[in-house]
Write a protein that binds this ligand. Structure first.
Ligand code: ZN
Length: 132
């Protein structure tokens, strides 16, 4: 089965916790064991697993901004978001998580985030559950 989560970002760079929405879809699917594929059909966003702690989220966004600062990107001459595309590819536009006994296996400090890199925008996260 396939579902989608829709979110609206407010900032250019932003982390949006989608853990509850993903877990709700998994629960409603009734699938107990398998894989959960998360995918963003966007080239300026990503999926990231990290701790939902305010200062760590700020650290992530500061770190990512610094990674792409100081370059003269060619894409910025036609569309001012080369940084967004590069970080999206770098972080990744998909994640696969194991599902066991109806629960996604993840660490206590592994929440699931949409990483917005060119907001504010409306974003879609595709959730595909693959049964064992
Ligand atoms: Zn672009």
């Amino acid at each position: 089965m396939i579902s989608e989560i829709n979110v609206s970002s407010q900032e250019r760079y932003q982390l949006i916790d989608i853990t509850d929405e993903v877990e709700k879809i998994v629960k409603e699917s009734g699938v107990k064991d398998g894989l959960v594929l998360l995918f963003v059909p966007h080239s300026t966003a990503g999926i990231l697993l990290t701790e939902n702690e305010k200062s760590l989220k700020e650290d992530w966004l500061d770190f990512l901004k610094k990674l792409v600062s100081g370059f003269d990107f060619q894409h910025n001459r036609i569309d001012d978001n080369a940084d967004s595309h590069l970080l999206s590819g770098f972080i990744g536009q998909e994640r696969i998580l194991p599902l066991k006994g109806g629960q996604i296996i993840r660490g206590t400090w592994q929440q699931i985030f949409l990483l917005e890199l060119d907001g504010p925008r409306k974003r879609k996260i595709i959730v595909k559950i693959i049964k064992d």
